[in-house]
Structures are given as structure tokens and as C-alpha cells.
Design a protein around this ligand. Structure first.
Ligand code: CO
Ligand code: CO
Length: 321
């Protein structure tokens, strides 16, 4: 889940209170407390194809669905598949390949597929509902960032732009191998390392782009995030594809939503702003970490990019050129 319209609807409906719900709608996943400090983490995510190869789509969609469990500090255990496709006139083999791709991801993550459900849909869709566990005192929230923390991102940006270029016929799958490898990378190892290092808050960067998810974190933590454009990791061919007009509508919508919430250096170009708002499928973790813990994360070969810092404030994002 993310800060979606659906969650605003859920939030607006009054439900009987249950003290076992320790994280409700609005964070990356919901958390329900069991006995002995153990809790279950639950999330669901379904996407439309981002690549041409069905196996690869299934594998990426599964990584994407598991991500919200990791973003809460959880360990995924079981999953249910959700598949939409046009029931008349459809290659059932395609569904089989998507499922095989998903299983390849689940095997890597040590997650068992428990079943699933298919539904008739004019457009193909695939995703997982995932359940995991987390210890109550190891939960990672989107809030908790403190002034003096460093802002760290674990995957490069540009996934939305490159997959749009793939759909638009400007690039082939073989041209975006780097992006595919990142989309296939589970966020589990990065999350474990972050927890061991003393992370203060975390989320995964998905549909709202880096800036959208950063804004949710900064606002939830009542701090300002200072982002340094020069330190943003970007996938190759991203800027080239923006120049070719391969920008997903979501990037423009995200920028529009962020008007008045983000102060961007006037020397940042429109193209650079679009990268920062690019919707990511299976994006990385955005975490905040006290500066004195940096050594613990840096000695690892993990992909931890320091992209900025946290300052006192009221939930604003400031981007330096
Ligand atoms: Co989500
Ligand atoms: Co999320």
C-alpha cells in the first residue's frame, strides 16, 4: 500500500477500534499485534505489465508486492496471487509464465504461495497479497526521522521513465538491463542492514516518486528533508528518454501534487524535476539514519546512496541543485 486515494476512503470510514491494530491504513503495510511481541504485517499490490516478457513481469511484480513488508521491517512468509486477464481470447500460457516468474521471486525471498484468485479484466494485471511477521520493537514506520539524520536511497531513479520508453517502443528490454536488475532486486537485505544500523524511519519509493514519498515521511516526522540533486543516483538513458518525451503521466501528476510542498532550486531543469517525481515500480527504500551510524551501513557493499539530510522543520522538502 501507499498513500493512495483508497486509503483516504478507508480512513474516512469509521471502524470499531481494535487495540491489536498497531499500524492501520496510511503506512506501507498494516500491522496486527499477536501475543509475545510478535505481529503480522499485511499488504497487497497489483500492477499492469511494465515489461514485455511475461516471466519477467511476474518476477518484478512479486518483488514490488513484497517491498511494503520489507519497508515495515517485516519478514514475508506467505503470499496469495491476484491475476486479472480477458477471459475470452487469452493465451493461458502467458498466465503460467507470469506465475513462474512470481514463484522465482518468492523462492528467493523464502515466501510460500498459498493460493490465489483470478478475475476478468480487459487489461492484464498481476500482484500479490503478502503476509509476514515483525517484532513489535523492530517496526519501521514512515515517521520517526530526526534532525541530523542522513537521507539514504537504495535504488537509482528512472524506472518509470525507462519502462514508459519500453512501452513507447523507444527502447527494447535488452536496452534496459540495468533497470530490470534493480526492479528484480528484493529490498529485504537493505531493510535488514538498515534495522541493524539504527534506521529511524523508512518507506519504499513507488508510485509517488522520490519526492512524493519523501514528503510523506518528512510530514509524518515533522521535519524538513534537504535533498541534493547532485547525489541522486539515476539509471542510464533516463535523461535521454525524457528528452524523447517518454515521461509517464504520473510524474507530471506527482509534480502537480507537490506544488507548494517542495522548494526546488530555481536552477533545476524541468527534466531533473521529472526524475525526482518519476513513479517507480519496485523502487528502493528511502531511509533516515543518524549520522553517527553511517559507518555501520557504509562498511557494507549495499547500495546506500546518501542523497541529503534531515533538518528541523514542519514537513517541507528542499531540493538543492
Ligand atoms: Co504499496
Ligand atoms: Co510502500
Amino acid at each position: 500500500m501507499g498513500p493512495s486515494d483508497l486509503e483516504h476512503i478507508i480512513d474516512s470510514i469509521v471502524q470499531a477500534h481494535d487495540r491489536s491494530v498497531i499500524v492501520g491504513p496510511g503506512d506501507d503495510a498494516g500491522i496486527y499485534l499477536l501475543s509475545g511481541g510478535q505481529a503480522i504485517v499485511e499488504t497487497v499490490d497489483i500492477i499492469t505489465p511494465v515489461v514485455d516478457t511475461p516471466f519477467l513481469f511476474g518476477a518484478i511484480s512479486a518483488v514490488n508486492s513484497l517491498s511494503d513488508i520489507y519497508a515495515m521491517g517485516g519478514r514475508p512468509l506467505t503470499a496469495l496471487a491476484l491475476v486479472g486477464f480477458p477471459s475470452c481470447d487469452f493465451e493461458i500460457n502467458v498466465i503460467k509464465e507470469i506465475m513462474q516468474g512470481a514463484i522465482s521471486t518468492l523462492d528467493k525471498a523464502g515466501v510460500m504461495l498459498m493460493g490465489g484468485h483470478s478475475f476478468d479484466d480487459p487489461e492484464i494485471k498481476f500482484g500479490l497479497s503478502v503476509t509476514g511477521t515483525v517484532e513489535k520493537d523492530k517496526i519501521l514506520r514512515q515517521k520517526g526521522s530526526r534532525p541530523g539524520d542522513l537521507l539514504i536511497l537504495t535504488k537509482p531513479l528512472g524506472i518509470g521513465i525507462l519502462t514508459t520508453a519500453l512501452k513507447g517502443g523507444k527502447l527494447k528490454e535488452k536496452d534496459i538491463q540495468e533497470a530490470l536488475q534493480w526492479m528484480l532486486k528484493l529490498n529485504g537485505d537493505a531493510a535488514i542492514k538498515a534495522i541493524q544500523s539504527g534506521v529511524t524511519a523508512a518507506t519504499d519509493v513507488t508510485g509517488f516518486g522520490l519526492l512524493g514519498h519523501a514528503y510523506t515521511m518528512a510530514k509524518g516526522s515533522s521535519v524538513n528533508f534537504i535533498i541534493d540533486w547532485k547525489h541522486i543516483p539515476i539509471l542510464s538513458k533516463t535523461m535521454e528518454m525524457i528528452d524523447a518525451g517518454m515521461v509517464p503521466l504520473g510524474a507530471y501528476n506527482n509534480l502537480k501534487f507537490l506544488e507548494g510542498k517542495v522548494q526546488m532550486s530555481s536552477s533545476l531543469t524541468e527534466e531533473e524535476r521529472l526524475v525526482l517525481a518519476d513513479p517507480q515500480t519496485s523502487g528502493g527504500l528511502l531511509i533516515t539514519l543518524p549520522e553517527d551510524r553511517l559507518a555501520q551501513i557504509k562498511d557494507d557493499k549495499g547500495p546506500f546512496h546518501i542523497i541529503g539530510s534531515v533538518e528541523k522543520g514542519t514537513g517541507e522538502i528542499i531540493v538543492h541543485a
